[in-house]
Design a protein around this ligand. Structure first.
Ligand code: NAD
Length: 263
């Protein structure tokens, strides 16, 4: 059973996205204090609007790709009494964000070095910067947990044909960063074990977010459950990983993908 989260202060990067917002809502409902962070903009505004009046919610602007900002972040939250005992490396550049809404997606041969490096910088280097800062400011002071967010496309390749004629594609830099972030989990889990900090990876499957019927049909055939996930179904497992109930788990990847990776 998932234990109560009322002794948890959960720090989330990229909190304003589809999954991040669901995590925030779920965690507040479960009694946690939530320190939400994201780039400033419409998503951050929406978070503040939805949760700003909850006394267990605090928002901080944070670009995880900016080393100077990450160096200061736990000092900023500590000054307000919000030093976390659980940290989620959730921020990522996903396809549409890299290209811009409605822009066509380059094939592999036309993938620019700039787009590759930008994706690595946010998805992987950003996770490293946050983890390094945790090492400095949190790990060893009290029991803590880090959850890194990967994807069903971390350790499994995409079926490229399901993206044919779709406005979005899977992309190589994304998969590379998501495999890499699990490498970071494995490296850190042993490194931090004696200082009382667990490190795990969650690998969400395909989450429904207004996809066309055609795309839903194509991807659902690859999923044992026969359908895409609701954000809440990922958030429920995330809640467990953030709870004391997951205290004896470390160095693991938890696939929440309706069986996509099981076939
Ligand atoms: N939605 C899915 O189907 C799915 C599947 C597998 C894995 N994931 C992973 O789950 C996580 C959340 O996904 P989502 O669907 O909510 O994505 P999303 O695109 O809706 O949200 C990503 C968030 O990251 C933030 N972000 C981007 N660059 C940033 C930066 N430099 N600094 C700080 N924040 C930044 C964005 O502002 C946004 O709020 C991501 O790591 C994603 O790769 C999602």
């Amino acid at each position: 059973m998932t234990k109560s989260l009322d002794n948890r202060t959960i720090f989330i990067t990229g909190s304003g996205g589809v999954l991040g917002t669901t995590y925030v809502r779920n965690m507040l409902q479960a009694g946690a204090r939530v320190v939400a962070t994201d780039l400033l903009g419409a998503r951050a505004d929406a978070l503040q609007e939805s949760f700003g009046e909850n006394l267990n919610f605090a928002f901080y602007d944070l670009d995880v790709a900016d080393e100077d900002q990450v160096k200061e972040i736990f000092k900023r939250v500590a000054a307000d009494g919000h030093l976390p005992n659980v940290v989620l490396n959730n921020a990522a550049i996903t396809g549409e964000m890299l290209m811009g809404v409605g822009k066509s997606f380059p094939d592999f041969a036309n993938t620019s070095l700039e787009d590759w490096e930008k994706t690595i910088r946010v998805n992987l280097t950003g996770a490293f910067l946050i983890a390094r800062q945790m090492d400095i400011d949190i790990v060893g002071r009290y029991p803590a947990a880090l959850v890194n967010v990967a994807s069903m496309y971390a350790l499994n390749g995409p079926h490229h044909e399901i993206y044919k004629d779709m406005p979005f594609k899977s992309f190589s830099a994304y998969s590379s960063t998501k495999a890499g972030i699990h490498g970071l989990t494995l490296w850190l889990a042993g490194y931090w074990a004696e200082r009382g900090c667990t490190v795990n990876t969650i690998a969400p499957g395909a989450v429904f977010n207004g996809h066309s019927d055609e795309f839903q049909n194509r991807v659902s055939k690859l999923i044992m459950a026969g359908r895409m996930a609701e954000p809440q179904e990922i958030a429920d497992v995330m809640l467990f990983l953030c709870s004391e109930g997951a205290g004896y788990m470390t160095g693991q990847m938890v696939n929440v993908d309706g069986g996509f990776s099981g076939w």
